[in-house]
Ligand binder design. Structure first.
Ligand code: IFM
Length: 440
């Protein structure tokens, strides 16, 4: 293992601060033939959907190699492991047994299990355009809580409903591959309703430490011109406030509620069930301006020309191998902004994902990225934001959705031919940083 980069010691975080790493079922488990199919299996089978033509049938084979992966977690010294429970696997005979074994292994290793109940791999027969899927999700939550609730104390309902709506249903870049544009709004509403119903189901099963993992990033207007500011505000509503306002304020941003089906007011009471904490996945800020009347390439997506905004290149920052700008200070801005917008309605925050895609085992850029973001997080704490945890995305390289295996986000390298795991320099760096936190 290499850990050349000697960074200054990180600032000290409060006692009890939760350090962890994240993964998701579809991206690492493999063993696709040992569970029911999901929308991602069907999408991946369509020619041209996945950039490198790969599938997640084997992925990291975590399903069979989980003891080795738990040993890596224990060796890293994290307090907690955020993984997701595959809904199609839970529906399959013996599927829950796997999570039972995984949770036992984690507890025996002294790592707290933090499951996410939905991370995009919807059972193939279900559809978020249907309101009934929300009720089915609550049933799924109850089944998992019943089985794991004696050992799992911290729960996450959904991962990034914004991306699942936008990429999967509005733009068609992710499963299920729909290109509904603004007609995808019911997908957002039904996921939020599913979240609220699942919170109730988890509480009924005795859970008292429940959050959601929402993606957030500051939106920066391309200029002070009114057209740019209005376009940026619109984008901010779609990517940020469409999800956080109903959850934390019990209302949709202006103009959105009217576009949604059903008795939205009564659904909002369910959606705004109080949370014990609020999960934030942060990767990058976005610069947005008035529409330019042309298709735009952004984060590997082709955005249509007729949207009421255009995403602009953010110049002057280093970029990851994915082309995402590295802007740690935007994490401080984001957290302070959330606190300002939601005040006392914002529960304690946990960063449920933060990370970067870089090639190589001697990943000094990842160390610099994590170092910068952890410091930015500490600055948010100093400015009074109640942040209680930080999870790195990801424990290991994995199936990065439409990008296939071309993007490596892991602290641990995975050789996809042999499935051998090799800790990267960033793993060694994080282990030392966590030991230093524990010592002081
Ligand atoms: O890999 C994804 C993850 O599944 C959800 N959040 C963003 C990560 C990096 O793109």
């Amino acid at each position: 293992m290499i850990a050349r980069m000697a960074t200054n010691p990180l600032p000290q975080f409060p006692p009890g601060f939760l350090w962890g790493v994240s993964t998701s079922a579809h991206q690492i488990e493999g063993a696709a033939d040992e569970r029911d199919p999901s929308v991602w299996d069907a999408f991946t089978a369509e020619p041209g959907r996945i950039k490198d033509g790969s599938t997640a049938e084997v992925a990291c084979d975590h399903y069979h190699r989980y003891p080795e992966d738990v040993a890596l977690l224990a060796g890293l010294g994290v307090d907690a492991y955020r993984f997701s429970v595959s809904w199609p696997r839970v529906n399959s005979p013996g599927g829950l047994d796997f999570y039972d074994r995984l949770v036992d292994e984690l507890c025996a290793a002294g790592v707290r299990p933090v499951p996410t109940l939905f991370h995009w791999d919807l059972p193939l027969e279900l559809d978020w355009l249907s309101r009934d899927t929300a009720a089915r999700f609550a049933d799924h939550a109850a089944v998992v809580a019943e089985r794991l609730g004696d050992r799992v104390k911290k729960w996450i309902t959904l991962n990034e409903p914004a991306e699942h709506t936008l990429l999967g249903h509005a733009l068609g870049a992710h499963a299920p591959g729909r290109r509904l544009l603004f007609d995808a709004l019911p997908v957002a509403h039904h996921q939020l309703l599913a979240h609220g119903l699942a919170v109730r189901a988890l509480r009924a099963a005795g859970a008292d430490d429940i959050g959601i993992a929402n993606s957030h990033g500051p939106t920066w207007a391309a200029s002070r011109r009114t057209e740019d500011v209005e376009a940026a505000d619109f984008y901010d509503v779609l990517l940020n406030r469409l999800f956080s306002d109903p959850l934390l304020l019990g209302r949709y941003p202006e103009g959105i509620g009217e576009l949604l089906p059903g008795d939205v007011e009564s659904d909002l009471k369910v959606i705004a069930e109080p949370l014990d904490w609020y999960g934030v996945n942060y990767y990058q800020p976005t610069k947005v301006g008035a529409p330019e009347g042309a298709e735009i390439e952004f984060s590997g997506l082709t955005l249509p020309a007729d949207l009421p905004f255009s995403v602009r290149e953010l110049e002057g920052y280093p970029v990851t191998d994915f082309g995402w700008p590295v802007v740690p200070e935007a994490l401080t801005e984001l957290l302070v902004g959330l606190r300002e917008r939601y005040g006392d309605r914002l529960p304690p925050v946990v960063i449920t994902e933060n990370g970067c895609s870089y090639e190589g085992i001697d990943d000094q850029e990842r160390i610099a990225f994590l170092d910068g973001h952890v410091r930015a997080l500490h600055r948010a704490l100093e400015q009074g934001v109640d942040v209680r945890g930080y999870f790195v995305w990801s424990l290991m390289d994995n199936f990065e959705w439409a990008e296939g295996y071309a993007r490596r986000f892991g602290l641990v390298h995975v050789d996809y031919d042999t499935l051998e795991r090799t800790p990267k320099a960033s793993y060694t760096w994080l282990r030392a940083a966590l030991r230093a936190q524990a010592r002081r």
